[in-house]
Design a protein around this ligand. Structure first.
Ligand SMILES: Cc1cc2nc3c(=O)[nH]c(=O)nc-3n(C[C@H](O)[C@H](O)[C@H](O)COP(=O)(O)OP(=O)(O)OC[C@H]3O[C@@H](n4cnc5c(N)ncnc54)[C@H](O)[C@@H]3O)c2cc1C
Length: 498
């Protein structure tokens, strides 16, 4: 998308927001019930565009389309907006269960927050997250960072010993050869679309080193299922984020406040609690173009028609939607085959800061059930109201079959094994399992070897009157910014058809 078009979009958006603020005249609209009942003037008319999904991608697409005068209806299956942004408001300290850190280079996020009066705060660098204070729990041994680095018969090559195996993995992958942030999608990059393990084995890494690098891996249960090209894309994306040098940020009061503010800024309807089950892409033969409509059907029996539809659902969530006509072959294959990263989190409330008497930080890297443990100290003042057990990939199997009570028992037993004084100092506040959530299917797209070459173009191609957005269709910086970028692309595709 070119610069002038983005500027035009943003100018129009700002003007419209100012006008809206005047219209609303300071009326406070807060909470889901307010969102559901407003605004009345657009309630029953047929919208120009239906946006499915009220995550960042869908909401950004909807806001941009409205700035150009289109009537938009947003349909969301959950009773809340934000999707994979999810602040646990009921838990002490409001930890984030979803999207966490906002990079300083997330231009669209930062700009949208500024325009909607959503405050961002710098994530403090916490003394509880000092890498040299981390506890390693490897093969049942409790080790300090220094013990780990000096371990006899260390499985890692010397240059990779004084760090966690996931950081060692990033180092072993090496610098990305991709020339630009979006080069991962170009044909020249396809030579790298092969198993990550091939690349790692060619560097002489042992099987034990590979086992440890696989534990706590955020990009596939096994590294054979991870594309080297995706990792180069990730490295390029991180390098782009680092260029801006500023600290990572969070939204004051929780990241979910941003999609909530975006939802309040919508002029059209937002329907919560409506799961879409079928989409007809409006390819009826013989229908004059001006009259053709796409149709969206929901589980509650409601049917919605519009000139265009934006589908911003993660691919696993699209598996339960019936498309008419069927999606093109490659897109349909991507929906079935692309796996999303598994993440199970256990948010533990801290009843007593037990680590103070232990001389160790509650910051853990484990190849056992704990995976990783992070103290949530966003302010950076050395205090944490919660710890998060963050289990990914194959490690999630330790937790997923357990009941809530069994999961709490295991979590407390594992923490007490590493920190004896943690006994009685923690309780399970909430468990979140993204890959078992049918509306998400995991935390983010894990491109397996060959899948970028085969599917990356297919998942962004419009299908009749249906356009696609969502993090997996982003071109540049991964995560939240990719979601925003994809919403912008889908909106401009529709605007260019008017
Ligand atoms: C644990 C975790 C940590 C993360 N950390 C970071 C981070 O630090 N930085 C970063 O940049 N990104 C991070 N991310 C990624 C980031 O949160 C996502 O990329 C982004 O929020 C995705 O937005 P989206 O709009 O594409 O999708 P979503 O947020 O998933 O939105 C899709 C919406 O569609 C809805 N939906 C699904 N099915 C239906 C249906 N049938 N009918 C109607 N609605 C439906 C869903 O409920 C959802 O609201 C993280 C994600 C997770 C889960």
């Amino acid at each position: 998308m070119d610069g002038p078009l983005i500027s035009a979009l943003h100018e129009a958006m700002t003007a419209s927001l100012l006008q809206r603020r005047r219209l609303l005249g300071g009326v406070a609209l807060a909470g889901a019930s307010a969102l559901l009942h407003r605004p009345l003037w657009a309630a029953d008319s047929e919208p120009d565009v239906i946006v499915i999904g009220a995550g960042l991608a869908g909401l950004n697409a909807a806001l941009l389309l409205e700035q150009f005068g289109l009537v938009v209806r947003v349909i969301e299956a959950r009773q809340r907006v934000g999707g994979r942004l999810f602040t646990l408001d009921q838990v002490a300290g409001r930890p984030e269960a979803g999207g966490n850190q906002i990079g300083s280079s997330y231009a669209r996020i930062v700009d949208t927050a500024r325009r909607l009066d959503v405050m961002l705060e710098t994530s403090g660098s916490s003394p509880l997250l000092r890498p040299d204070g981390m506890v390693y729990d490897i093969a049942g041994l409790r080790l300090s960072t220094a013990d780990w680095a000096a371990l006899p018969n260390h499985p890692m090559p010397p240059a990779l010993r004084a760090m966690t195996p996931d950081r060692a993995l990033a180092r072993a992958i090496g610098a990305s050869p991709l020339g630009s942030i979006s080069a991962w999608r170009e044909p020249a990059a396809q030579q790298f679309d092969r198993p990550l393990t091939e690349h790692l084995r060619s560097q002489g890494l042992s099987e034990e080193a590979l086992r440890l690098m696989t534990a706590n891996n955020s990009y596939g249960d096994k590294l054979t299922e991870t594309s080297l090209l995706m990792m180069y894309y990730l490295q390029t994306s991180l390098a782009e984020v680092m260029k801006f040098k500023g600290p990572a940020q969070n939204v004051l009061g929780g990241n979910q406040r941003l999609p909530e503010a975006m939802a309040r800024a919508l002029q059209g309807q937002l329907l919560l609690g409506r799961a879409v089950t079928a989409i007809d892409a409006g390819l009826t033969v013989g229908m004059p173009a001006g009259k053709a409509r796409a149709t969206v059907s929901c589980a509650d029996g409601s049917v919605h028609r519009a000139r265009f539809v934006v589908c911003s659902l993660p691919l696993p969530a699209m598996r339960s939607i019936r498309f008419t006509p069927a999606l093109p072959e490659l897109h349909a294959e991507a929906v079935q085959q692309l796996r999303y990263n598994k993440i199970t989190q256990l948010h533990l409330e801290v009843l007593r800061p037990f680590w103070e008497s232990e001389g160790r930080l509650p910051f853990v890297w484990s190849d056992g059930p704990l995976g990783r443990v992070f103290p949530n100290d966003e302010k950076g003042n050395g205090q944490a109201q919660t710890l998060t057990i963050w289990s990914t990939g194959a490690g999630t199997k330790h937790w997923d079959k357990l009941t809530e009570a069994e999961a709490e028992t295991l979590a407390l037993a594992e923490m007490t094994r590493l920190f004896p004084s943690a006994r009685g100092a923690l309780r399970l506040a909430q468990r979140v399992c993204w890959h078992q959530d049918p509306l998400a299917g995991g935390s983010w797209a894990n491109w397996a070897p060959g899948q970028i070459s085969r599917f990356a173009q297919a998942v962004v191609q419009p299908h009749g009157r249906l356009h696609f957005a969502g993090e997996h269709t982003g071109f540049t910086i991964r995560g939240m910014e990719a979601a925003m970028e994809s919403g912008e692309r889908a909106a401009t595709e529709i605007l260019s058809r008017l």
